[in-house]
Design a protein around this ligand. Structure first.
Ligand code: RB5
Length: 157
């Protein structure tokens, strides 16, 4: 099951992605927003998706705003979240193979629908690359170490 969320700017692309994933047999939990007419704040929706992943309710999430920048920055503030803003399939593949990204961020004002759906496909089908020397795991572990170092309180809900 995939968690998804967007602000108003990402709403239309989010609908396309939900339709696409549903047709492909995925279950999708939509954390809002629910219209493109009402202006909302992207951190609120980045946080809802990120928290659901952090709690282990969903394994992966997709977040969308106009550029993908604000909502990815927001989601990445939640410990354990590795949100990757991807503008092409190579980035999507690398973000899974090398960074073990658990959230995909997209910019609805940057990408056409077909490219966005290709990116989603690539991201979902690519696994984290476990090489003999565990190079990538070591680096991802270092990201977690940085989080731990700066996490002064466990104030997140
Ligand atoms: C909303 O106008 C826009 O600022 C937002 O969707 C996003 O692009 C921010 O990073």
């Amino acid at each position: 099951m995939i968690a998804i969320g967007s602000d108003h700017a990402g709403y239309e692309l989010k609908k396309e992605i939900i339709d696409y994933l549903t047709r492909k047999g995925y279950e999708v939990k939509d954390f809002g927003t629910d219209s493109r007419e009402t202006s909302v704040d992207y951190p609120d929706f980045g946080l809802l998706v990120a928290k659901s992943i952090q709690r282990g309710e969903y394994e992966k999430g997709i977040i969308i705003c106009g550029t993908g920048i604000g909502i990815s920055i927001s989601a990445n503030k939640v410990p354990g979240i590795r949100a990757a803003l991807c503008t092409n399939c190579y980035m999507a593949r690398m973000s899974r193979e090398h960074n073990d990204s658990n959230v995909l961020a997209l910019g609805s004002r940057v990408l056409g629908v077909d490219l966005a759906l290709d990116i989603v496909d690539t991201w979902l089908k690519t696994g984290f690359k476990m090489d003999n020397h565990q190079r990538h795991k070591k680096r991802v572990d270092k990201i977690a170490e940085i989080e731990m170092k700066y996490l002064k309180t466990n104030a997140g809900e």
